[in-house]
Design a protein around this ligand. Structure first.
Ligand SMILES: [Zn+2]
Length: 315
């Protein structure tokens, strides 16, 4: 009996180890809350390009990457450039792919981490905190980086790119897209996240995707997720949002699917580029749910055997 007990013991211990190893990483609302609340705090003064506040944001993102074992893609995490007389830098993390062949192909997961600094004063507040725009997108990218760093489940290589100077005219993403084009990397898709801190209302999808009909991205993401996570939003076409965020320079340089996912529909959030864009009005349960919903689909995209996300012909 004693022998049998030992066998049982060993069996239970190995089951535990096995289940720990295969345990999925779930992103908690508190984690996104912590990230967005810090990035959108008054201390960071609206993360204007070249400011002390954005420097703090960069240090925060770099240490998050470092703690996870997400590596710098360049010599450091910083991809530096100038905007007029101001020094600016994208923050770039890298996870090499696990597949000997597919690792030569790249997926970029990005969001801009800069904001506009100060804005029209309201009730003594001048700081445009940029919680929804775009600490929320940054939190999404950072927690996705955490997922892939912990699970080591990416066959393709991933660049986690936090752009600066988006608000100055997509300067950071243009700079990086040109640099990567000059290096001739094999870019598969670029997935960008903008203003995802508040859920859509009365829509049958989780986020809309800009440049909807240019590619089959929405169709594939919905297939991967097993539900409708990406949809068509007519105002995104009307306001040409496809060309107005950091996805666009990658589309231009590489002519591969490069699109933005967004949950801001012009009616569900009234503080766009205003001082009221604060962390305490973000919906962190929605955000955690958003990230946990997108991760399995992003993972399938990153690991698909062939490049099945494609440009639509004639678009
Ligand atoms: Zn933005």
């Amino acid at each position: 009996m004693k022998y049998l007990k030992n066998i049982f013991g060993i069996l239970i211990v190995s089951l535990l180890i096995f289940s720990c190893k295969t345990k999925e990483i779930i992103i908690e609302a508190q984690e996104v809350d912590d990230i967005v609340t810090y990035l959108a705090s008054d201390e960071l003064e609206g993360r204007d390009t070249g400011s002390e506040g954005i420097e703090k944001a960069a240090v925060y993102i770099e240490s998050y990457f470092e703690n996870l074992g997400v590596e710098p893609y360049f010599d450091t995490y910083r991809d530096s450039f100038n905007v007029k007389d101001k020094k600016a830098f994208n923050v770039i993390g890298y996870l090499e792919g696990t597949d000997p062949k597919l690792k030569d192909e790249f997926v970029i997961i990005g969001a801009h981490y800069d904001h506009i600094g100060f804005a029209q004063e309201e009730n003594g507040d001048k700081i445009a905190n940029g919680a929804n725009d775009n600490a929320a997108g940054v939190g999404t990218v950072m927690t996705m980086a955490k997922y892939f760093a912990k699970t080591k489940s990416n066959k393709r290589s991933i660049l986690f790119t936090l752009f600066s100077a988006e608000e100055k005219g997509l300067v950071g993403s243009k700079y990086l897209a040109k640099t990567l084009k000059a290096k001739n990397i094999d870019l598969y898709v670029m997935l960008n996240f903008e203003m995802v801190g508040v859920p859509l209302v009365d829509k049958d999808y989780t986020a809309y995707v800009t440049g909807f009909d240019k590619t089959n991205l929405a169709e594939k993401m919905n297939e991967y997720a097993g539900k409708k996570i990406a949809g068509f939003f007519s105002k995104a076409e009307e306001f040409r949002l496809f060309m107005r965020s950091d996805n666009y320079p990658f589309f231009k340089e590489f002519n591969v699917p490069s699109q933005t996912f967004c949950t801001f529909d012009f009616s569900n959030f009234e503080h766009y580029h205003k001082v009221g864009d604060e962390a305490d009005i973000m919906d962190f349960n929605h955000m955690a749910n958003f990230v946990n919903t997108f991760i399995p689909a992003v993972k399938k995209a990153v690991n698909a055997e062939t490049k099945e996300i494609k440009m639509n012909p004639s678009k």
